[in-house]
Ligand binder design. Structure first.
Ligand code: XMP
Length: 327
């Protein structure tokens, strides 16, 4: 019978076969469920021949770096390196507002950061050609399909963990979750003993907050969006709604301004979009009917606490026709 534990065992065996008895692998942790479960599987398969790399690209949500460093390491005992690549990513993204261009840059820099980390950590052995040959990724079935990897499907978005890989990529890909849907990944994660904080975490895209800023990505805009996102998450959690929503992207319309009034003064600020969705697998989604009181609290707090934001709007579009993320 196909239980999560059986699937986990089968996947661990597949990984052992692919990587062999001496191969080494690295795995990028994004802070999300997928990469954590993929890493935990590979850790089981090859032990400390796996090195996990967490790239802080500056596009993360509040507290995310700490979560990976604490929760994940505590529950798996995995070897973890953190790379601080904030300046590089922001420089490369400077002036870029096209969604696909952002995704490609982020995908490319992500891989470069890995290569840098591998070279640094394994130093000499890389020079001798005996180092890390495998790159583990938490690609899921919907990612594969939407990036055109499935038969007869259109390319909707180039997910950074499938498309946009550079040609000088030096690793063979290990993608143990490639045929699974999100709920199956969570079940496998539980079977592997990962804690709920990791397994029940809502999905967050690899390109992070960069694809939730409609317009150019700057440090200031990231700070605004990070604050708004933290408020929305805090209120949704406090209202006990985490289990009812698949995820709630918070989007900054950085190129849009509207007139507002605060106190006696006219404001001319940016709108924040709330995009709460309910879904089984992210292939389709419905907008979540959040209680008005919760929406009101989020709206009041964001407009009061986040500078330069004077309007909060609710996205009431299903997928299709809208995708979950705005970019
Ligand atoms: P869309 O916007 O395509 O999103 O409806 C479907 C699901 O995928 C997540 N997403 C990504 N995840 N890398 C990822 O790992 C990406 O580039 C990416 N883009 C979107 C999104 O958050 C949603 O859960």
């Amino acid at each position: 019978t196909w239980t999560a534990a059986n699937i986990a065992e089968a996947l661990i065996e597949q990984v052992q076969e692919q990587i062999g008895a001496t191969g080494k692998a690295i795995c990028g942790l994004s802070g999300g469920v997928d990469s954590a479960v993929a890493a935990a599987l590979v850790q089981r398969a090859i032990g400390d021949r796996l090195t996990c790399v967490f790239v802080d690209h500056g596009l993360l949500r509040a507290g995310e770096r700490e979560q990976v460093q604490q929760d994940f390491v505590a529950s798996t005992g995995a070897k973890l390196i953190t790379v601080d690549a904030v300046d590089t990513f922001l420089t490369e993204l400077d002036g870029v507002s096209d969604p696909e261009a952002k995704r490609k840059i982020i995908g490319r820099e992500f891989i470069r950061s890995f290569e840098g980390a591998v070279t640094e950590v394994l130093g000499e052995s890389v020079a001798h050609g005996e180092a890390v040959e495998f790159l583990v990724q938490g690609t899921l079935y919907p990612d594969v399909v939407e990036s055109g990897g499935g038969a007869g499907t259109a390319n909707i978005k180039s997910h950074h963990n499938v498309g946009g890989l550079p040609e000088d990529l030096q690793f063979a890909l290990v993608e143990p979750l490639r045929l699974l849907f999100k709920d199956e990944v969570r079940a496998v994660g539980r079977a592997l003993g990962l804690p709920e904080e990791i397994v029940a975490r809502q999905p967050f895209p690899g390109p992070g907050l960069a694809i939730r800023i409609v317009g150019e990505v700057t440090r200031e805009r990231l700070d605004l969006l990070r604050q708004a996102d933290a408020i929305a998450r805090e209120e949704l959690t406090a209202a006990g709604l985490d289990g009812q929503i698949w995820q709630c992207p918070v989007v900054l319309l950085a190129d849009v301004r509207s007139v507002g009034v605060q106190g006696d003064g006219r404001t001319y600020g940016h709108p924040i979009v709330l995009r709460p969705v309910s879904s089984e697998d992210a292939m389709t989604a419905d907008w979540t009917r959040l209680p008005y009181e919760v929406l009101e609290r989020i709206s009041t707090r964001i407009t009061n606490e986040v500078p330069d934001v004077n309007r909060v709007v609710l996205d009431v579009t299903s997928k299709p026709p809208g995708t979950i993320e705005w970019e």
